[in-house]
Design a protein around this ligand. Structure first.
Ligand code: RFL
Ligand code: PHB
Length: 392
């Protein structure tokens, strides 16, 4: 097989990149290790920045999002049994965010690609990327029980945190920056109408809780839990009781309960790999960087990487210039580090460390009070949450 751009990974990054390239008239092939059912069911992110919505529109993949996405004007911060609304349009000059599940984005992109797009091979696992330093890199992969090769002009590693692309970059030119957090999230999906109109980020001495949603009938909620927590150790009643305790305020408000349909624990980590390009191999999305989910940046960063790549390949095709590809790593990393900083700040402001002392609790409250008391501080949160402008 031969193609211009070989894409490893059919998550949101790989699928959207394929869409953007297809629309620019550039041929590509997507290799995805898992089955279609698996990638379409994998429960993950849900909050989209305006730039992510725009990128899906550019890819002609925004129909579902426009019909079923929920536009949110802000978030709520809860602490000290009080609620505070952070108004995004007022603080950012009109910006909003959209709630639309990653599973839906993946389903929309898969359907488009199978209908008219470039080849998308499921159960096609990349084993190695050979000769990335040359103008003719090769991807070796297994599909339908046979080992095969994909000859490319370029290879893009969109294969997530546990993929193979990042490890292809030689150790002597790689640098990884990593931070683990001393807590995880227990996430649930429940068949019950959300108890709020906007996302609630709640900080308390029992730990952090987040109320998000997937639709007017499905709620998505998270609880901070210790690392190594077994989700089966948490009965449905225990989860609802703990959520209700962490969201409690001195006002009339009740958490609606309903049947829990999914339950999982995710550890929290920040990780950045530099550089994001080696020869003709480019890394995008979780393959290059991950953030803790508190700032809801993971999916948005993956999308901004591939948006830039889509432009870079389109420019190459149109003018023959590799300039945007040459500056790709540097341009992405500037944004990645801003999102890493914001996710770290949100995470450490809202979670309770197992060994936290009263001094730290007071500092967290002071940080939150500053945001709710100062328009300037609130505007800084709103600007980061809704997405910093792209600077390419
Ligand atoms: P993905 O989604 O991990 O997709 C990578 C794809 O590559 C495939 N793959 C391979 N294919 C072929 N050959 C190989 N050798 C391969 N190795 C791997 C995988 O099967 C997969 O289909 O990465 P991508 O596209 O970069 O997208 C990134 C986002 O998925 C990610 O940033 C977010 O989902 C992160 N994240 C969350 N972000 C949020 O903003 N809010 C959240 O609530 C949130 N929850 C989560 C998350 C990530 C999680 N992970 C990675 C464990 C919850 C979880 C559980
Ligand atoms: C989600 O809806 O899954 C979600 C929303 C906001 C976050 C994290 C997760 O910060």
């Amino acid at each position: 097989m031969r193609t211009t751009v070989g894409i490893i990974g059919g998550g949101p990054a790989g699928l959207l990149l394929a869409r953007l390239l297809h629309r620019a008239g550039i041929d590509c092939v997507v290799l995805e290790a898992r089955t279609r059912e698996y990638v379409e069911q994998r429960q993950r992110a849900g909050m989209l920045e305006q730039g992510t919505v725009d990128a899906l529109r550019e890819g002609g993949a925004a129909e579902g999002l426009e019909a079923r996405g929920l536009v949110h004007q802000g978030i709520e911060l809860r602490f000290d049994r009080e609620r505070h609304h952070i108004d995004f349009p007022v603080l950012t000059g009109g910006r909003t965010v959209t709630i639309y599940a990653q599973t839906e984005i993946v389903k929309d992109l898969v359907a488009l690609q199978l209908a008219d797009g470039p080849p998308l091979l499921f159960e096609a696992q990349a084993l190695a990327i050979e000769k990335p330093e040359t103008t003719a890199p090769v991807v070796r992969f297994v599909h339908e029980g046979r080992e095969q090769t994909l000859n490319c002009d370029w290879v893009v590693g969109c294969d997530g945190f546990h993929g193979i692309a990042r490890d292809t970059v030689p150790a002597e030119v790689s640098r990884a920056y990593e931070h683990d957090y001393p807590y995880s999230w227990l996430g649930i999906l429940a068949d019950v109408a959300p108890s709020c109109d906007e996302l609630i980020y709640a900080r308390g001495e029992r730990g952090f809780a987040l109320h998000s949603m997937r639709s007017p009938h499905v709620s998505r909620l998270y609880l901070q839990v210790p690392n190594g927590t077994d989700p089966d150790g948490w009965s449905d009643d225990r989860i609802w009781d703990e959520l209700a305790a962490r969201f409690a305020i001195d006002a009339d408000w009740t958490l609606r309960r309903g049947p829990i349909t999914a339950k999982s624990v995710t550890p929290m980590r920040s990780y950045v790999h530099e550089p994001m390009r080696h020869g003709r191999l480019l890394l995008a999305g979780d393959a290059a960087h991950i953030v803790p989910p508190t700032g809801a940046k993971g999916l948005n960063l993956a999308v901004s990487d591939v948006r830039l790549l889509g432009r870079a390949f389109a420019e190459l095709r149109r003018t023959g210039s590799e300039q945007l590809l040459d500056t790709y790593s540097q341009s992405c990393l500037a944004r990645v580090w801003q999102a890493t900083r914001f996710s770290y700040d949100m995470t450490t402001m809202l979670h309770t460390r197992p060994d936290a002392d009263p001094f730290e609790h007071r500092l967290q409250l002071a940080r939150l009070r500053r945001i709710t008391a100062s328009r300037h501080a609130a505007a800084e949160l709103a600007a980061n949450y809704t997405g910093l402008p792209l600077q390419w």
